[in-house]
Each structure stands twice: as C-alpha cells, then as structure tokens.
Design a protein around this ligand. Structure first.
Ligand code: C2O
Ligand code: CU
Length: 435
C-alpha cells in the first residue's frame, strides 16, 4: 500500500508541512528482482488528484501513470492498483505525474535487483538528492503560478539575487531559488549516516529527484567507480565527481577510508550543499564547505563520459525515422516548448512498432534540459561512438543531442523535460505508437 497524504517531516534545519508517501521522506524504498510482478495499491489521501509514474521502467503502457494519456487521474479518497512485470534491473524511482507534485515530498527509490549480477560490493547506500521549498512559506504550485505570472525565472523574492548560472550547465542553472537542499530528506547539518567498516566497498545508488536543480556529487578524497546510469551498466569509469540532472540516476562503488567521509551533493550553480555520511568509526565529519572544494573540478557528465557496457550497445542500424525535438522557451511569458508547441496529448510524434527511432533534441534556449522518455531506454549517440543507455539525457544550451531506440513497447509515451516547471509550462510531448 502506497499512502499519499499530507504530513509533516523533519528536514533537520526545519520541520515542514508537505505531502509524502507513507509519512516518510523519501518514501520507503521498493525493492524487487528483475522479472518480478510488482503490485502496489495507491491510496490517495491528498486533497488533489494524483498518479504514480515508475520512472525509467519499460513497463506496460497502462501502468505508466500519466493522467489523460495512460490512465485517469486518481481522485482524492480513491485508489488505483498498479501491477506490472519489472523488465530490467537497476536503480529507479517513482513519483506523481500530476502538476508539480514531484517538487513536494512525493518520491521514493525503486531498486530492481539482478539475480545474475555478481555484486562486487559489501553494502549499498541509496541516496536521493532533492531541492526543497515546500512548507517554507511557499509551495510548488504557488511557485509555478509565480513563474507563469511573472514570465521570468529566478524567483528571488525581492532579494535581488542574480539568476543562478553554471559554466558546466552552459548557462542558467535554474529558475527557482530553494532554501534547502536534501540528501535522503535531510539538510547537511542533520545528515543521515551509514555505518561502514574501513576497506568495505559500498555501492552508491544515487537519484536526483529535484524539481529544478542539478547536483554535482562525490566523496571528497575518495574516487568513485561509476558503474551504471539510469539503471543500465556503463564501462566502469573512475571519477571524483559526477553531475546528475533532474531525473538522472548514477550508481558508483567507493572503498571506505579510515575516517568519516561525506557523500556530498552540491547544488550546481546554486549556493547549497547536502550530504550523507559514511561512518567507519568515531570522529567528526569534515566541514562541508571545506570538503566541497575537492569537487569543484570538472565532473563526469553521464551523457558524454559514460559509454554503455558493450553488451548493451544497440546493434548498429540506420534509423527508420528521425524526429526533430526542438526545445524552445521561455518566451512569451513562461512558456517552454517542443517543436514550437506546448503539450498536446493528441499531437505527438508518430512511431511504428519495429522501427529504429532517432530523436534529435536541439536546445535553442539558454538553459539545460534533462530530457526524459517514458517506457524505453535509449542509446545516446556519442561524439566518438555509442554513448550510454539512458532514459534521461541532459541537453545543454545551444547543443544538439541524438538518441536512438527500438520501438518495441507499444503505447503512448510521454517525453519531456524533467525540470518539473518546464514540463508543466509546456516542454512535453508524446512518442505515439501508430498502426
Ligand atoms: Cu520522472 Cu515523466 O517522469
Ligand atoms: Cu527544461
């Protein structure tokens, strides 16, 4: 039973009223094995309609949780039975697909174990990063309303702060100013702790559930070996830090040193840091600001730097169809578009079962967009050959990114920016299987 309801949570720095799954932040993890039939009953105790979207899974279309496209909204007081076979192992998560509910506390990890994977590690740590404003005097619905009304980003509440910018993100780093940044529901000063032993290998399963914030993550002084992105194995790659756009997931393995170390999340282009601590014994955690300096170099970016494991590279094939996906906005007002239009569920891009499909995302805006496709895992076309298999790929301003997938899962599948404000303001369309 998944109970979506209003409640209070303790972030560490503040106690806030919000909406959660089961009263916890993040919601309790769901863990299954590849091939399992997952059954979850959603019980909607929220004052608004909701749904659950199972982010990253190539599941059956009628369980995808997109209201008006794959199912009706679940009314307050009503329920919905989700039941589907889980096709692929990996680190995934789930969240509502109604309005900007994702930017409240409604999110939780979905971990799919692979019975055949050797698992060369001793412990696992699932970490969900988030940007937080709900219950601090504003909520996400008001924030979206303000953006739509003012026609501009950078809700600086009159403080005259500059728009957040990041060279790494190629321009604007966000439209919304958040008072808090969280790792597993906590601010840095009240970090959650994992008890470990020196020399242990810990698998980090990292998820960015933010509404409007990319995170730069890493363990200062302790190199990570990146092993998966968006659930799928990559060529193992050493990194001091990795950049996670909204909706992206990365797995890594680290070897625990002798002293307490943080897994830091730096809000990219914004002034915020959060952490989870790995604690091999007594001792104080290092100062977060000082520790963060070690992660200020060039992080790995999943789209460019993490080629898919060889067995996962899609067999070479010319695309049967190439669909341009031109990303535009935010003029006029706060309007974000794909191919010049806002979301229209009846005007998607047509694909046919059996086709090799190429989507060509072209970002004509001044902000990055983590573009997400439901129901499929595409192959990024890298500069030097096959890139990673992913479901969410960050497209930088002024750049184009091509992704290929085999149309093997019939249905109506949303593709959109995982900046929840951009998606709601129009940057959303449908990959629509037609006869
Ligand atoms: Cu995680 Cu349509 O999104
Ligand atoms: Cu966007």
């Amino acid at each position: 039973m998944l109970n979506a309801a209003p409640g209070e949570v303790d972030l560490g720095a503040a106690r806030v009223a919000t909406w959660t799954y089961g009263g916890e932040l993040p919601g309790r993890e769901i863990r299954v094995r590849r091939g399992d039939l997952l059954r979850v009953r959603l019980d909607n105790r929220l004052p608004r309609p909701t749904t659950v979207h199972w982010h990253g899974l190539a599941l059956r279309n009628d369980m995808d949780g997109v209201p008006g496209l794959t199912q009706p909204e679940v009314a307050p007081g009503a329920g919905f039975d989700y039941a589907f076979t889980v096709p692929d192992a990996g680190t995934y998560w789930f969240h509502p697909h109604v309005g900007v509910q994702l930017d409240r506390g409604l999110y939780a990890p979905l971990i799919v174990e692979d019975p055949d994977e050797p698992g060369d590690y001793d412990q696992e740590l699932v970490v969900v990063f988030d940007d937080w404003l709900d219950g601090t005097g504003r909520d996400p619905d008001q924030t979206l309303g303000d953006l739509l009304a003012s026609g501009m980003g950078g809700m600086d509440m009159g403080g005259g702060m500059a728009m957040p910018r990041s060279d790494l993100l190629g321009g604007d780093a966000g439209d919304v100013t958040y008072p808090y940044f969280l790792a597993n529901g906590r601010t840095a000063d009240a970090a959650r702790t994992l008890d470990v032993r020196p020399g242990q290998r810990v698998r980090l399963r990292m998820i960015n559930a933010s509404g409007d914030t990319a995170f730069r993550v890493g363990v200062p002084g302790t190199p990570m070996t990146l092993t998966h992105t968006d659930g799928f194995p990559v060529v193992p790659t050493a990194a001091d830090a990795v950049l996670l756009g909204m909706g992206e997931c990365v797995d890594a393995v680290v070897e625990v040193p002798d002293a307490v170390v943080p897994l830091l999340g730096l809000a990219e282009g914004k002034d915020g840091i959060t952490q989870v601590l790995l604690r091999p014994g007594p001792g104080a955690a290092p100062d977060v600001v000082a520790a963060a300096a070690a992660l200020r170099g060039s992080p790995v970016t999943p789209v460019n730097d993490l080629p898919a494991a060889e067995s996962l590279v899609l067999p070479g094939r010319e695309p049967d169809v190439v669909h341009p996906m031109t990303l535009g906005g935010p003029e006029p007002g706060y309007t974000w578009t794909i191919n010049g239009r806002t979301y229209d569920p009846t005007a998607g891009v047509p694909v046919r079962e059996g086709q090799r499909v190429r989507l060509r995302f072209e970002n004509t805006t001044t902000m990055f967009h983590p573009m997400h496709l439901h129901g499929h895992t595409f192959q990024v076309r890298g500069a030097a050959g096959a890139g990673p298999r992913k479901d969410t790929a960050t497209v930088l301003p002024g750049q184009a990114l091509e992704v290929d997938f085999d149309a093997d899962n019939a249905g109506q599948w949303l593709t959109h920016c995982h900046n929840v404000y951009h998606g709601e303001a129009g940057m959303m369309t449908v990959v629509s299987y037609v006869e």
